[in-house]
Design a protein. Structure first.
Length: 94
């Protein structure tokens, strides 16, 4: 599985204070079975993932599924009710 992104994705994360390398590292850890990622919604082409970056920042990532590859499209730091819901999920074994 390849993980790809457009420079705009990295720019949007950077504006939010998130390093693209931290996101990619966390996704690679997930693929290796070393990181939990909460798949929030899926359809035939997109998936929304809630996770912590390699440095611990909680983020929401939108990715387009292209065969066996993920194309990262958008992302932001989790906050408010979404962050609360994510932290509750982290305390479970789901």
């Amino acid at each position: 599985m390849a993980i790809d992104w457009h420079y705009r994705f990295a720019y949007l994360l950077g504006v939010a204070g998130v390093d693209i390398d931290d996101v990619v590292d966390a996704l690679l850890d997930w693929l290796a079975g070393q990181q939990r990622v909460w798949l929030r919604s899926t359809d035939s082409q997109y998936v929304v993932m809630w996770m912590r970056t390699a440095s611990g920042t909680p983020v929401e990532i939108l990715a387009r599924i292209a065969g066996s590859d993920l194309n990262l499209v958008a992302g932001r730091v989790l906050s408010g009710d979404r962050l609360n819901e994510f932290e509750k999920w982290e305390d479970t074994d789901e």
